[in-house]
Design a protein around this ligand. Sequence first.
Ligand code: PLP
Length: 358
Amino acid sequence: MPRSTVARIDLEALRRNYQTACRRAGGTQVMAVVKADGYGHGIGPVASALDSLVPKFAVACLEEAVAIRESGLEQPVVLLQGVHAGPDLAECAQHDFEPVLHSVQQLDWLENSDQLPACWLKVNSGMNRLGFHPDELAGVMARLEALRASDRLLGFVTHFACADDAESTMTAEQTSVFEQATAPWPGLMRSVGNSAAHFLADQPLYDWSRPGIMLYGGSPMIGKTGPDLGLEPAMSLEAPLISTRVVRSGESVGYGAGWVADRDTRMGMVAIGYGDGYPRHAGTNTPAAINGQRIRLIGRVSMDMLAVDLTGAPEAREGDSVELWGRTVGVDEVAACAGTISYELLTGITARVTRQYR
Ligand SMILES: *Cc1c(COP(=O)(O)O)cnc(C)c1O
């Protein structure tokens, strides 16, 4: 029998979260971002579950787009990071992949490619990771026109640096830079808007929005959980309780002997650790749940197991299933305890953990 350390994936919750994104996007079309193996949920099953709802997918790289085709899906797939080599452009053209062009090198590759895929042009509106500065756009567009690639250009994309912070003025500044930069080409489409932008009042989303984390139920907003925003967790991470004992007052638990019982404490060991992607930075008091009751971690997370305090769950027995995150304990809560964000926890679950779909 395999170990019952599993990530249960609720594909209906995923579909409802996508519909929430569509409602919040108003008349904007919504491409589903399924990069990084569907944020750890499994790109094939995730994309297949969204097939009847989603007009376009987005991923980081070519291999991820190929995985979508291998699942038998036919929607266009945007490559948010574009291609990493010239010959990939022909492959994009053949498979209806839409690379984002963000660098001069990618324009050079386009010049030497005998097949031109439909593309997007990335505008650097202030995040300063990738893309062309607004001053460079006219020159880039002239190059594309000379190539006769301009009729393969679908439109412009940009990405926000601070949309997770509803107090920040930067998103409005980036929006205005983007709007002015793209105004000379009103016939082309525009795409802004990660998940967070769906939760900002009066934020224009133009033709296409690009939600990722919210589809999986994670919060894109500082200080809010997914459920606070009307999102449902798509993943429940569960592992069995494999041992229980009473540690006596004054005894310690685990590596470093960092947690010491201040009274006799019934505790349990759970078969999951950082080798499964559970964050090692989650310390004592990080919440978990057993049989719907909230409990807490004690001591250090090991590679294959972690310790919990069962004081709050006196009925808990070996073999019971512990929820590390899911409907009782939100992934955003665990992320906060580990000093990170739900994105990192969800994408970090390793191949050792079986994904089960319903
Ligand atoms: C990952 C990504 C998204 C989705 O971001 P979320 O915060 O997960 O919604 C959107 N656009 C680009 C360019 C991305 O890289």
